[in-house]
Design a protein around this ligand. Sequence first.
Ligand SMILES: [Zn+2]
Length: 497
Amino acid sequence: MRLLIAMMMHETNTFSPVPTDLQRFALGLGQLPLQGAAAVQAYRGTGTATGAFIDLVEAAGAEFELAIAAHAAPSGPVHNEAFDAMTQTIVQAVARGGWDGILLDLHGAMVTQSFEDGEGELLRRIRAVDAHTLIGVAYDMHANLYDDMVALAQVVAGYQTYPHVDMYETGLRAGKPLLRLLAGEVQPTSAWARLPMIPHVMRQSSLDEPNRSLQARARQMEQEGALTASVFTGFPHADIENAGLSVVVVTDGQPALAQQLRDELLRMAWDSRAQWVYPVEPLAQSVSRAKAMTVSPVVVLDHYDNASSGGTMDTTAVLAEILRQGLRNVAFFAIFDPQAVQQAIAAGIGQRVSLSVGGKMAMPLMPHRSAPLQLEGVVKVISAGKYRAKGPMSQGAHQDMGAAVVIDTGAVEVALISRHVEPFDVNALMSLGIDPLQKQFVVLKSRVHWRAGMGSMAAAVVECAGAGACTSDYSELVFKHLRRPIYPLDPQADAGL
Ligand SMILES: [Zn+2]
C-alpha cells in the first residue's frame, strides 16, 4: 500500500496587510517549503496531523511520500504564485500515480488572490488529474467550509480543541477511517452545513462555554459510532461568502444519521449564539484594572494584534498604555520589527539604546493606525530566535521568531522579533531568558492559544482592546463579500432550524 501525504496550511485574514509569499511557508528553515525527506525529518514525531499521518501509515506497514510540508503564519491573501507552486508540487506527485490514498493536512481558511477556498481549489486541481484516489483531510477548527472542501474528499476531520492541542489526534481521526475504507471495512458518507453566524474568536475557546459542550458532544458522537464529527467555529477575519460556523459529520454508510447528527450540533451552536459575542472594554480601563491586581503573574492580552490571526504584530497601542500607566516588572512578547532588532544587535549587549519600534506596517483596511513608539532601554538579550515548542500545542515542532532581542526599559522587558510567531508556547519567552513566573505582568500578543502553554500559570487574565488587523470589534471591519444576513452583524439573522 502506498499513500501520499501533503501539508499546505494557512489561515488567511483578508484584512491583514502582511504579504503571503512562498517564503512565508518555509518556516524559517529555508527559502522554500520543505519537501520529501527534509519534510519527513521536520515533522516525524511532532504533535501535528502530519506527524500522525506518518505514524499511522508506518504502523500500517505502508509506504508513503510527503510531497510538501508548507505552513505559514496567518496573514493576508496567499499570492497566486505561491499557491500555484505549492499545489503544483502536490498535483504532480498525485499525477505520478500508484497511490492507494491521499492524506492532506490543511487549514481550511486559506484565501488566495483568486480563490475564496484555497483548499477547495487544491482538491479541484487534484481531482482534475485523479478522479478516484481516496482522500482524507485534517482541517483546523477555524476552517471556513465550502462544498468542494467536503465533497471532493472521502473523510474530513477538524480539530476539537482550541487551543489546538489535538492536531495529532485529528490526523488520526482523518487517517484511520481512510485506512479502514481502503481495507473495505467502512463506506464513509458526509453531511455538512453552515450557520448564518460568525462567532468571535475570543469566545471560541473549547476550555469555556459554549464551545466546550459543543466539542464534547461531537466527541461523544464519534464514541457512539460516527466516523468523524467536527464543529468548525470558523475564522471571521475573512471577507468571503462562507466565513463562519459549520459542521461536518461522517458516518459509515448512514447518510440520514449523518444529517441528523449534523443538525443536532448546528442547533446547539445556534441556540448559544448570544454567548459567542465578545463585549469590548476600553484599553485604558483594562490596563488600569490590571495595574490594580496584586496576584502574579497577570497575563495581559494584546489580542487585536495576534500574529496567528493575521496581526502585523507591530502595533504599539497596548505597550504605550502600559508604559503610560507605569506598570512595573512586565514582560512584553512581542513587537515585530526586524529593523529595530538589527539596530539593537549593532549596538550590542548591555548598551543603552533609543529605538523607534513598531507602527511600520500600514493597515489600509483598518479604521485606525498604530504609531511607532520610541523605546529607551538596555539591550539585555540577543538571540537567533529558534526554539522547539515545549507543548502541549505543536509539541516538538520547530519555531522561529527570527533574530530577536530583549530591550529592558527598567519597568518592561520588550521582546523585538523578526518573524511572526504567536506566544502559544512558554519557550517563546524562556528562549529569550524571560521566566514568566518571575514577572508581575506578562503581555502576550495572543488570543486563546497562549492558554496551551501558559494558561496554568496565569493568576489572572486581562484582555486589552489595542489596535490591529484581528480586532475583536466587528464594527471596525467592513465586510463586502460575506453572506448576509449573518449573526451578530444582523441580529435578525435566521438559521431556519
Ligand atoms: Zn485555528
